[in-house]
Design a protein around this ligand. Structure first.
Ligand SMILES: O=C(O)[C@H](O)[C@@H](O)[C@H](O)[C@H](O)COP(=O)(O)O
Length: 257
């Protein structure tokens, strides 16, 4: 795993940097394999990135869009991650409908829909039983509590090691989520983190040792590249002594001040 941390001056710079990085990874995937498989994060942070992607002249037929997690609500519900990404981006570009793979939430049973999406992934990636899809890009955020995707602290989803998709739980509300096992197969994982409220969780996530059940984002150790793009409000305490490139263990920290 190659881990890179960049601290950007503000959220606008964070979004601009995330756009250039995502475009770079999309382009290399398409050049190397003829297509790019991308799993989206939900929440509020990535929305301006999705809006910026809608302005890009991309070969949409070569881009396959999945979701890394989803609230267990109808696709037209204000809380739906699918709805947010469609309004911000996908409804605004000529991407084929078949290239959009939302997590299903209509079976009335989160466990059944988690299995449905797992089956869809296995079929789409043409996998044999037991094989794990390798996404080109997985976008993630973190909550103030250190969760990522819908892998929430001290929940059963964190222990699931034999599935691709499972049921997350936020305060009793079911969600569908990639498992850590699936996320960690990715060629490139990109965390987008903005805002001072994320600072305490980031310190725990970046600590040399810590409890993954308490800070689930610590579970994300992909085989490929791991990028942390932070704004200064979120990442300030990770960069207390230097403003240039420096190595901390296996990670390099760069502040674009
Ligand atoms: O479905 C979701 O909400 C996300 O996948 C979730 O993991 C999100 O990334 C974090 O909660 C951060 O959310 P914000 O970007 O809104 O801070």
């Amino acid at each position: 795993m190659k881990k890179l941390v960049e601290i950007l001056p503000d959220k606008q710079a964070l979004i601009e940097r995330s756009l250039t990085l995502v475009l770079e990874k999309m382009q290399s995937a398409i050049q190397e394999r003829g297509q790019c498989t991308l799993a989206l994060s939900g929440g509020s942070t990535p929305k301006p990135l999705y809006e910026a992607l809608a302005e890009q002249p991309l070969p949409w037929e070569k881009i396959q869009v999945f979701w890394g997690d989803e609230r267990y609500v109808p696709s037209d519900h204000p809380e739906s991650n699918q709805r947010m990404a469609r309004q911000a981006w996908l409804d605004r570009v000529s991407i084929p409908a078949a290239n959009i793979h939302p997590m299903p939430t209509s079976a009335g049973d989160p466990a059944r829909d988690a299995q449905n999406y797992e089956t869809e992934l296995q079929q789409w990636f043409k996998l044999h039983s037991g094989e794990v899809p390798v996404f080109d890009i997985v976008l993630l955020g973190i909550g103030d509590d250190g969760h990522t995707a819908s892998l929430f602290p001290r929940t059963e989803a964190l222990k699931v090691s034999d599935r691709l998709v499972t049921v997350g739980n936020k305060d009793g509300q079911p969600r569908l989520t990639f498992t850590a096992r699936l996320i960690n197969q990715a060629r490139c994982v990109i965390f987008l983190v903005a805002g001072e409220s994320k600072r305490p969780a980031l310190k725990q996530i970046f600590a040399p040792s810590g409890d993954e059940m308490t800070y689930p984002a610590r579970l994300v150790q992909p085989k490929g590249e791991l990028w942390w793009l932070l704004d200064k409000a979120a990442g300030a305490e990770l960069n207390s002594t230097t403003s240039d490139q420096r190595a901390i263990g296996d990670q390099s920290l760069k502040a674009n001040n």
